[in-house]
Design a protein around this ligand. Structure first.
Ligand code: 6CS
Length: 283
């Protein structure tokens, strides 16, 4: 009896058998089958409440992972396992197969839409800046920072706010890459940067927790668009993305989507009033 080669692993055997079975799913669904076999989806997050958060005991929460956990459960994938990543490393990590999906508030923009397969919109928000009380340098926009040669702004590496500041003409050496919210808060408090920029709900969360009367929130940043994120899948995993979108649409329709995101401060209406197509085409 000719010995068969050893297939890659039990999962490989299960998926192959399933795909060869009569009326088998298309090869495209192999990714979903693989995640079902794996028992979890590996998600990239930033740990930036209320979008994403990791508690001291490791529990993952936040609007983006909570939506993802519920949708994957409906797809037969029992859980999510999160890894914290800088925004600028999320897409390369997805493309390298380190994550199965990014669920982190990674805002849809044309250049990102070209690199990943986004779901339909999930979390929408404007931009904000954290400054010293009284806004001593009078910032209302990123252009205001550009015009003041002494002004510096902190933002996440590879994040939207970094890009907005650079595009507004703030020189590279006055846009400071800040690894996380607590660092940004401290740098403003210590006067090491004049402003720290994140989406409105993230800055408001920081402000509430800081409880520091010497700080002020400038929101929305004038001239900056309202962005929406989606779950970001690797190009080639469109079948998985489409299956995700079917469940997301059902939850939007039933009100379950709003029940998950609105306690975090997000508007279901905002996400339901736009589409991936519109957001990916936005200039
Ligand atoms: O998508 C982004 O680049 C931005 N999204 C969030 C939720 N926070 C900061 C980041 O720059």
């Amino acid at each position: 009896m000719k010995k068969l080669g050893i297939l890659a692993g039990v999962a490989g055997l299960a998926i192959t058998a399933m795909l060869l079975a009569p009326g088998a799913r298309s090869a495209d669904d192999a990714k979903l089958e693989q995640l079902k076999q794996q028992g979890f989806a590996r998600v990239a997050i930033a740990n930036e409440p209320p979008y994403t958060a990791v508690a001291a005991d490791g529990k993952v929460s936040g609007a983006a992972p909570d939506v993802a956990r519920e949708i994957f459960k409906r797809l037969g994938v029992n859980d999510i396992v999160a890894s914290i990543s800088e925004y600028g490393a999320m897409i390369p990590g997805l493309q390298a197969g380190r994550f199965d999906v990014v669920t982190a508030g990674l805002f849809m923009k044309p250049e990102r839409c070209a690199a990943v397969a986004y779901s339909e919109p999930v979390l929408c928000d404007a931009e904000a800046m954290l400054v010293k009380k009284g806004n001593p340098k009078g910032f209302k926009s990123y252009e205001d920072i550009a015009k003041d040669s002494s002004a510096t702004v902190g933002a996440p590496g590879g994040g939207t706010e970094e890009k907005l500041a650079l595009n507004a003409g703030v020189p590279r050496d006055r846009v400071v890459v800040v690894p996380d919210g607590q660092s940004g808060l401290k740098m403003v408090q210590d006067g090491r940067i004049d402003a720290y920029s994140l989406p409105v709900l993230s800055i408001n969360d920081l402000m509430k927790k800081a409880n520091d009367p010497n700080l002020e929130v400038i929101a929305p940043v004038q001239g900056a668009p309202v962005y929406c994120d989606g779950a970001a899948f690797k190009k080639g995993d469109e079948a998985l993305r489409d299956a995700y979108d079917v469940e997301l649409a059902k939850m939007k329709k039933s009100g379950e989507f709003a029940k998950i995101i609105e306690p975090y401060g997000f508007s279901a209406k905002a996400a339901m009033s736009t589409t991936r197509e519109k957001l990916c085409a936005a200039k």
